[in-house]
Design a protein around this ligand. Structure first.
Ligand code: NAD
Length: 318
C-alpha cells in the first residue's frame, strides 16, 4: 500500500490532458483505466500514448521495459461503471464545460465504491462548482495538472469548504508519488496560480492578433526575446493547450465577465482554426504547423538579414 492509498486510478476524458495524466500515472506505477464514451476516441488516445512513449524515451530516458510496463498498466474502456468501479481515485479531465462535468459526477455517484476520492482537472472552475453533484463533497477537490506533465511537473491543489483534510493529504501524496510538485492553493481562486497569469497573457496575445496589431510570430518573438531561454511564446502555448479548450475558456469567461474582447477572441479561434479542423499541436496545425513550428527554428529570435526590411516595412504600413 502506498502512502496515498491510491493505487488504482480512473481518468475520465482522454483528450490533451486526460491522455497525458493516464500515461504519466501508469508510467509512475499506478494502475490506470482511461475512460472515453467513444471507441474511436480511445483509438486516438492509444496513438497519442504511442507518441508519448517516444517523448518519454527521449526526454526522460525511459527504457523499452519502462514503456512496456507502462502500457501493461493502462486499460482503455468506454463503459463508465467498468472504468470507475474499483478506483481509489477518479481524475475528471472532461471538456471545460460545466454541464458535461456535472453530468458525469451525477452518473458516477451511483457507481463508485465508498473509498473513492474524486478530483477535477478543470483549469478555471472551482471545486465548489461541482462538490454537491459528486454526492461525496468531503472526498472531492481540484487537482490541476500542467500541459506536458512529465516536464512541467506541478499540480495545484484546491479545496472547497467541505473537503476533508484526509482527502487533501491523500491527493498531495498521490501528486508526489507521480513526480509532481504540489502547489497549495490557500483559498478558492478561479484559475489557481498558473492560469491567473497564463490566461491573462494568452488573452493579451490573442487580442494583439485578433485586432491586427501584430502577427502571431511577432507576438511570440517579442515574448521569447523578453524572456530569454523560454522555448515558446503565448500563441505556441495555445497550440499546445489545444484550440477547443482555449475556445471554451475564452467563450465561458468572456461571457461570464462581460469581457467583449475575450468573446471576440473566442470567435476568432473558432472561425480561424476550429471550424477549419485545425486544433493545434494535437493534429498538426494551429498558429504554427507541426512537427517543425517556426518558433523552434534557432533563428526565430535572431537579428534578421537586411533583406527582411521590405517585408517588415510593408507590414508596418498596413
Ligand atoms: N489542455 C490543457 O493544456 C489543459 C491543462 C490543464 C487542465 N486542463 C483541463 O483538462 C480538462 C480537459 O481538457 P483537454 O484540453 O484535455 O480537453 P480535450 O478537448 O482535449 O479532451 C476532452 C475529452 O473529453 C471527451 N469528451 C468530449 N465531449 C464529451 C462529452 N460530451 N462527454 C464525455 N466526454 C466528452 C473527448 O473525447 C476528450 O477525450 C479541462 O477541464 C481543462 O480545463 C487542460
Amino acid at each position: 500500500m502506498t502512502e496515498s492509498g491510491i493505487d488504482k486510478v480512473a481518468v475520465l476524458g482522454t483528450g490533451v490532458l486526460g491522455g497525458q495524466i493516464a500515461w504519466h500515472s501508469a508510467y509512475m506505477g499506478k494502475d490506470v483505466v482511461a475512460f472515453n464514451r467513444r471507441e474511436e476516441s480511445l483509438d486516438k488516445v492509444r496513438s497519442a500514448h504511442h507518441k508519448l512513449a517516444q517523448a518519454y524515451a527521449e526526454d526522460l530516458g525511459a527504457s523499452a521495459e519502462d514503456i512496456t510496463a507502462t502500457q501493461s498498466r493502462i486499460g482503455y474502456v468506454s463503459d463508465l461503471k467498468q472504468a470507475v468501479g474499483e478506483a481509489d481515485l477518479v481524475i475528471e479531465s472532461l471538456p471545460e464545460v460545466p454541464k458535461i462535468k456535472t453530468l458525469y459526477y451525477e452518473k458516477m455517484a451511483e457507481l463508485l465504491p465508498e473509498k473513492t476520492l474524486i478530483v477535477t482537472n478543470s483549469s478555471t472552475f472551482m471545486p465548489r462548482d461541482f462538490a454537491e453533484s459528486t454526492g461525496r463533497p468531503e472526498k472531492f477537490c481540484s487537482l490541476h495538472f500542467a500541459n506536458k506533465i512529465w516536464a512541467l511537473n506541478l499540480v495545484e491543489i484546491m479545496a472547497h469548504q467541505g473537503t476533508m483534510e484526509e482527502t487533501l493529504r491523500a491527493v498531495a501524496s498521490f501528486g508526489i508519488e507521480i513526480g509532481q510538485v504540489p502547489i497549495a492553493i490557500q483559498k478558492e481562486q478561479n484559475g489557481y496560480v498558473l492560469n491567473v497569469w497564463l490566461q491573462a497573457m494568452i488573452n493579451a496575445a490573442v487580442s494583439l492578433v485578433e485586432n491586427g496589431v501584430s502577427t502571431a510570430e511577432d507576438v511570440d518573438r517579442t515574448y521569447m526575446i523578453a524572456n530569454r531561454g523560454c522555448t515558446m511564446g503565448p500563441l505556441g502555448i495555445v497550440d499546445m493547450i489545444g484550440m477547443r479548450t482555449q475556445y471554451e475558456l475564452f467563450d465561458h469567461w468572456g461571457k461570464a465577465r462581460n469581457d467583449h474582447q475575450m468573446v471576440k477572441n473566442a470567435e476568432f479561434l473558432k472561425s480561424r482554426f476550429i471550424d477549419r479542423g485545425l486544433f493545434g499541436q494535437e493534429n498538426g496545425e494551429g498558429f504554427y504547423t507541426y512537427p517543425n513550428p517556426g518558433y523552434a527554428d534557432p533563428d526565430f529570435t535572431s537579428v534578421p538579414p537586411l533583406t527582411a526590411v521590405d517585408d517588415i516595412a510593408s507590414r508596418v504600413m498596413l
